[in-house]
Write a protein that binds this ligand. Structure first.
Ligand code: ADP
Ligand code: MG
Length: 236
């Protein structure tokens, strides 16, 4: 067995509710190899977003480890974790999280603006704008460059969010209910786009969803229930 590109090992996480400690993840294992498209299915409230945030180093487990290429990373100093997160992961969400006052092209550029201080961004701004144009073209939105999110459809906003995730050239794309706010046809188009990126760029994708039919298109599906993980057998 090769070392997985990313693994969550024996993860436990609970939240406080007043005096109570509510366990959400009770020893969860999940792993993906490079180039794999993994789906994690579970009902609302089962802890899918919590697990995805832990794997993407947005939060830390109470117990257990997150590893990249076999190296433990969840316990690194927060600055190192931030750098690692920005370099390794792209995130997309159910509600897109685009900035309403920026155009599509500006939204796509925000990760580079955040990553680079102004004095390194400014001299390279032309190059970065060309990178953005190229990626916006890949997601099929070249005709919408100057549009603001309010002038885009749901499917277009999710494409824009995917372009924004891709511009930082992530190794792993973490997708939290990426079709959850879309009709099934538009959701299908977003899934087609994710599959194309997975195949053409060997981009590892970990997607959480409550939708069985969306989950089923992944290479492999695992199910989160009662704070634990089970494999889902593919029915041929
Ligand atoms: P899912 O994404 O599968 O719907 P979540 O991971 O968002 O589930 O949440 C799992 C459980 O943890 C829910 O009961 C939710 O209310 C609780 N929870 C999530 N985040 C927090 C938080 N920051 N503080 C307290 N409880 C939380
Ligand atoms: Mg969620």
């Amino acid at each position: 067995m090769p070392t997985p590109q990313i693994s969550a090992v024996s993860i436990q996480k609970s939240y406080r509710k007043g005096e109570l400690r509510v366990p959400v993840l009770k020893g969860v294992n999940a792993a993906a190899n490079k180039g794999e498209f993994l789906s994690i299915i579970g009902q609302s409230g089962s802890g899918k977003s919590t697990l995805l945030h832990l794997m993407g180093l947005l939060d830390s487990p109470d117990v257990g480890e997150v590893r990249l290429d076999g190296q433990r990373v969840d316990n690194l100093p927060s600055k190192t974790r931030d750098e690692l997160r920005n370099r390794v992961f792209g995130f997309i969400f159910q509600f897109y999280h685009l900035l309403p006052e920026l155009t599509l092209q500006e939204n796509v550029l925000t990760p580079l603006m955040i990553r680079h201080p102004l004095w390194t961004y400014w001299p390279r701004r032309k190059h970065y704008r060309e990178m953005a144009l190229d990626i916006i073209d890949q997601v099929g939105l070249s005709h919408r460059l100057k549009h603001r999110p309010s002038e885009l459809s749901g499917g277009e906003m999710q494409r824009a969010a995917i372009a924004r995730a891709l511009i930082a050239q992530p190794e792993i794309l973490l997708a939290d209910e990426p079709t959850g706010n879309l009709d099934s046809e538009t959701g299908g188009e977003i899934m087609d786009l994710l599959h194309r990126l997975n195949e053409e760029q060997q981009l590892t994708i970990i997607m959480v969803t409550h939708d069985e039919s969306v989950a089923a298109s992944a290479h492999r599906t695992i199910r989160l229930a009662q704070g634990q993980m089970e494999q889902v057998e593919k029915v041929a």
